[in-house]
Ligand binder design. Sequence first.
Ligand SMILES: [Zn+2]
Ligand SMILES: [Zn+2]
Length: 267
Amino acid sequence: MRAISLASGSKGNSTYISSDDVNILVDIGLSCLNIEKRLKKIGVNPSNIDAILITHEHTDHCKGIGVFAKKYGTKVYFPQCGYDFLIGQLMGVNPKQIIPFTSSQFTIKNTTINAFELPHDSHFCYGYSIEKNGQKISIATDLGHTNYKIIQNLQNSDIVFLESNHDENLLINNPNYSASLKSRILSPRGHLSNINCAKTIEQLVYSGVKQVILAHLSEENNTPILAYNTIVDYLKSVGIIEGKHVFIDIAPQYDVGNLFEIRNTII
Ligand SMILES: [Zn+2]
Ligand SMILES: [Zn+2]
């Protein structure tokens, strides 16, 4: 399996994940044109995208879905409970392409998808695990906190894209943010801070996760180096060494990220 972040952060999110039989985009929070450019950069023809999985209805995750799905005939998957909040964005898309799911586990071709709820201030929000041939790639962004069920879904993943949204001090002291916006972000249904991301990674490492990509970093209340250092320092304090027990990378906002490939194929 392979995974590449195409965009990550409040200006737009999209992650490309592929197995040997499917090409998936989790969210298209950029214009269709921008996604086409980024797919071209990684050598993927947009017509070969089999499915778009939607996490939630916020614009930074949905912006280009309708135009892309209409242009390429791509199937769009999201939980049934999100139907009323997404259908407006999918106007003109062939109804056969719109697939609201009711079960937390389903398949696309022979690849298994597990969907799990995330606590966020949207009408619905889901993370996804994509599994094939004993390999597993998971994504969880836009979540105010983690809980046992989320950890359970992420554990044993080969690769996890996990939100590391903000540094709590930078956010609290940011003069450009209103008190209500700060409390929304800091709430249990807001966004995951660097330190809470670090504590989540600690739990994931014990379950065998070896690669984590920090995602959805705030431009104003975080920096890639601050997120990385906060997490690496915390992990070190609990005896987990980055580069030995776990590898940490960062998904950039304005460019495609690094390619991650699971090589030790178990077939
Ligand atoms: Zn959101
Ligand atoms: Zn978001």
